[in-house]
Design a protein around this ligand. Structure first.
Ligand code: ZN
Length: 565
């Protein structure tokens, strides 16, 4: 090889590397807004500023027809689908809570007693915990071990021999742990200590910068302050309906503005922060601190940051998505996003960053609000069947009644396999009989047994297919219970504790925004049907890594460089 040939080939090589780096983002920021139904940004955009949702709309590729197509639209299920591109049947996170037949108890999705949280006094406080699923955790330990397949962030790590920096942060532990994957680092907010914490799965001790961040005690800035409206009431769509009887007054947070956080040592002070835009503002501060201190987007390879904003979910549950609180929260979320994008632009450059925003599930309207508009809706007591005469019929048929039931946490009912075996009963027959009793309750659309799903003898309909995509033989219950549209499961004791509750297979729960922005992308709306499962394999394609191991998504060609068609 002559000197000239070497020089030419070196030139060719450097051009190739340049071309590659131009099309590959230095940083991928995956934002999940908990409970952000697909129509909500547009619904409230009139009063939004510049640089947040408006930036995404004007300069991003916005998919307007993205729906999950499995039955259990809950937080950990959606986050894991966003992370893995897989359905819950495959990634295994079938529900926020499932019954573990070996442990003989209900378990919380990411609990792991091997990996305790690093802070003392940061475990959840059972006396005050508002998150009913988190309260079931048998330990303070957390890890992604229950996620059965790889995440996009795992694939990025594998592709770069772990040279990529991978982080996840959220108020909710499951919002951070899922997207950070098995090789990244996750931080979440402790409603007990007010700090952003992690577990020994990720670190032996806190990085110095995290200690410094927590030492600032940023939660103190809300002490004795209220959540007030950003604008005059007259500017809001819901300005004349702040006080509605269906809204929940949780622990004294109230149904009308101003919502007082109270003193910083108040029993529910840190909970109230998460029930309001403050939770997202704190998450934003921590996300910025990760970018700065971990120097994201400054290395040779693509880095990854997942930020999950939880406030929209809490506000939606407590006040409903059509409430003055939800409207003000959206406007403040918009400001939070604008602040994050501005910071990314300063530190990394939006041109070098790929942003993708979606949600883990949508949201139903509060039944009370629907009724006000003349749309029939109702709360259903799922355990209603578990009273005579249903039990009497089962007792007559099988010789046992109540003992047949091992555990119940919607949408799954678990039967006691030991009792059934001991009595010499046929499991499939018992499942069928119990499923029929539940099916007869007003408001139940469908019950499906695990035997029917294992045998795959079900008709090819939307609901049965959605049930199958949620069916994992080890974790799903003996009977899956699906509610009719606008029918919702209330508390076990029959009491309604929230304004609205998501978790079903209907469009209001499955519909989420999917938006890509940054880098070379230009504003565009796409109306063809896609699924949130498509995000992870698309990110893999963008960085040339292989798709996550259980992914069933398609590559979204509209966001691939350089055509952006
Ligand atoms: Zn959620």
């Amino acid at each position: 090889m002559t000197k000239k040939m070497i020089a030419t080939s070196l030139l060719f090589l450097s051009t190739l590397l340049l071309a590659q780096s131009a099309s590959q983002p230095k940083l991928i920021v995956q934002i999940t807004v908990d409970q952000l139904r697909g129509d909500l940004p547009d619904k409230f955009m009139k009063n939004m500023g510049e640089g947040g949702f408006r930036y995404l709309k004007e300069q991003g590729v916005w998919y307007k027809n993205a729906n999950y197509n499995y039955s259990n639209t809950e937080t950990v299920v959606g986050h894991t689908t966003l992370a893995t591109g897989a359905n819950p049947s495959v990634h295994g996170m079938v529900s926020n809570v499932w019954y573990d037949r070996e442990k003989k108890r209900l378990v919380y999705n990411i609990e792991d007693k091997r990996y305790h949280v690093l802070s003392k006094n940061a475990d959840i406080d059972d006396a005050t915990e508002a998150d009913a699923s988190q309260a079931l955790a048998g330990t303070d330990g957390r890890s992604p071990a229950n996620i059965m397949v790889s995440t996009f962030s795992d694939e990025l790590s594998l592709f770069t021999n772990a040279k990529s920096k991978v982080f996840g942060v959220s108020v909710k532990d499951r919002g951070a742990v899922t997207l950070a994957g098995h090789n990244g680092k996750a931080f979440w907010f402790s409603k007990t200590s007010g700090e952003f914490i992690t577990s020994s799965y990720y670190y032996d001790k806190y990085p110095r910068w995290v200690e410094k961040f927590n030492a600032q005690k940023l939660t103190d800035r809300y002490s004795n302050k209220p959540w007030t409206l950003m604008y005059d009431k007259s500017k809001y769509m819901f300005g004349d309906s702040d006080d509605n009887p269906w809204e929940a007054d949780y622990a004294g947070f109230g149904r009308v503005f101003p919502h007082k956080y109270g003193r910083k040592d108040g029993k529910y002070f840190k909970h109230f922060l998460t029930f309001s835009p403050a939770g997202d503002e704190l998450t934003l501060d921590f996300a910025k601190a990760i970018i700065k201190n971990e120097k994201l987007g400054k290395g040779e390879v693509t880095d990854y940051l997942a930020v999950s904003f939880s406030s929209t979910d809490y506000v939606g549950h407590i006040f409903g998505p059509s409430s003055l609180e939800a409207e003000d929260n959206m406007l403040r979320l918009d400001k939070t996003l604008a602040s994050l994008f501005k910071y990314i632009d300063k530190e990394v450059g939006l041109a070098n960053t790929l942003i993708v925003l979606s949600a883990d599930h949508g949201a139903p309207e509060a039944p009370g609000y629907l009724a006000k508009l003349g749309i029939e809706a109702k709360w259903v007591t799922p355990l209603e069947w578990n009273k005579k005469p249903s039990l009497l019929r089962l007792e007559k048929k099988f010789g046992v009644g109540q003992e047949l039931i091992e555990a119940f946490f919607p949408p799954y009912l678990y039967l006691n396999h030991e009792v059934i075996a001991k009595k010499g009963l046929n499991l499939a027959e018992v499942q069928k009989a119990v499923a029929k009793e539940i099916m007869d309750i007003d408001g139940i659309a469908l019950t499906v047994t695990s035997t029917e799903m294992r045998n795959n003898t079900l008709p090819n309909t939307y609901l049965y297919n959605a049930a199958l995509r949620n069916f994992n033989a080890k974790r799903s219950g003996d009977i899956l219970i699906l509610f009719e549209p606008h029918c919702f499961a209330n508390g076990m004791d029959g009491g309604v504790t929230v304004a609205s509750n998501h978790g079903g297979p209907w469009r209001y729960d499955t519909f989420v925004p999917v938006v890509f922005a940054g880098g070379h992308l230009k504003g565009k709306q796409v109306f063809r049907p896609i699924r949130p499962n498509d995000i992870a394999p698309t990110l893999s394609a963008i960085v040339s890594a292989k798709a996550p191991s259980g992914s069933s998504g398609q590559i979204l060609e509209e966001v691939l460089a350089p055509s952006n068609k």
